[in-house]
Design a protein around this ligand. Structure first.
Ligand code: ZN
Ligand code: ZN
Length: 346
């Protein structure tokens, strides 16, 4: 039996926990999670693309439309939604003009650290033969002619040290609890993930294709909370066994999880992060920070403690050269792809 088939076969065992809950007629519940709230926004391919182009300086409807090749209606709808969500704001193009353009708000600009975390992961693990599509330069420390590259990392706000998954403990914050799991909306992304890279090769898009799928994301998050076994994941997620088996198989195929035997008779397997999987942690906690700040009404569901310094902290994306937090205005980019790639929009 192939690895993938074997994982799928595991999914055919009767899910005891699920049966009980289904019998009780309870709607599945999901713990409050700032990462999930952020992923829910970013995993819509069009929304993500519009925010990305805004970071690259797009402001006008026509600029977004030409760069992304989106139908007018789709673009208008996403711009409206992002404005409603407070990520973009409409500004008159000039005093006398009745036309508007779109600018990132403080909320929108604050997504930058999440984008950089997703980008760093994509650069490290998902770049093709051409290498990372973008080189980052921190203008404040990039030297003469911005020659020095910047490789940002996630640091502890209390001690400035690097933050790793195994060096963080969690406790419930004021926003802890659970809410009914929202029914899944069909998204375009699910049917055509290639849309994510529309317009330009992009490491952020590549990473979102892995964690933007809701169930894959939830499995990864449970894995960071220590869930390793099929039954355990299934009980925590209240997920249909065939869907769980499918997502585990996919995450193993993508090299995020590794399947290891922990028992011979009967054979049982558990799932552990590979080095690549562990490295998703930076993206997860930076998205958590954003969700905590803007989507949780000031009540974060989780409080993080850094074991290295023993203090509660907020993860901060900092420059590896000068250790200062990175801000979109202080960054420059070298694009490592031909200009035509940016126009291959059809
Ligand atoms: Zn610390
Ligand atoms: Zn710097």
């Amino acid at each position: 039996m192939s690895k993938v088939a074997a994982i799928r076969a595991e999914g055919t065992r009767p899910p005891a926990a699920k049966r009980t809950r289904a019998a009780a007629g309870a709607r599945p519940r999901e713990r409050n999670c700032s990462v999930a709230r952020t992923v829910a926004i970013l995993s819509d391919a069009w929304t993500f693309l519009v925010i990305r182009e805004a970071f690259f300086g797009a402001r006008r409807f026509e600029t977004f439309r030409v760069r992304l090749g989106l139908p007018r209606g789709t673009l208008a709808e996403r711009l409206k939604k992002l404005t409603r969500q407070g990520i973009l704001r409409q500004v008159r193009q000039s005093e006398t003009s009745s036309r508007h353009e779109y600018r990132l708000t403080r909320v929108g600009l604050d997504l930058y650290a999440s984008f950089i975390a997703l980008l760093s992961f994509g650069d490290r693990w998902l770049a093709d033969g051409a290498g990372p599509p973008l080189t980052l330069i921190h203008k404040d420390c990039g030297g003469e002619g911005h020659a020095l590259e910047c490789h940002p990392f996630v640091a502890c706000s209390a001690c400035g040290g690097a933050v790793e998954a195994t060096r963080v403990t969690y406790r419930d914050g004021p926003g802890a609890g659970s809410a009914p799991l929202e029914p899944l909306k069909r998204s375009r992304r699910a049917s055509d993930p290639s849309q994510f890279e529309r317009g330009r090769p992009c490491s952020v898009a590549r990473t979102l294709q892995i964690i933007g799928d809701r169930w894959s994301f939830l499995v990864i998050r449970q894995a960071f909370f220590g869930a390793r076994r099929f039954d355990e994941l299934q009980a925590r997620l209240n997920i249909a066994s065939n869907i769980l088996a499918d997502r585990l198989a996919r995450l193993v195929a993508e090299g995020i999880l590794e399947r290891r035997k922990y028992q011979d008779l009967p054979e049982r397997f558990e799932y552990r992060f590979s080095a690549k999987g562990k490295d998703l942690y930076g993206s997860m906690i930076m998205m958590m920070v954003w969700g905590d700040r803007w989507l949780s009404g000031g009540e974060p569901p989780l409080v993080l403690t850094h074991r290295d310094c023993g203090r509660d902290f907020t993860p901060v994306m900092v420059c590896d050269r000068c250790h200062e937090p990175i801000e979109p205005r202080a960054m420059a980019y070298r694009m490592n792809y031909p200009a035509e790639a940016a126009l291959a929009l059809k």
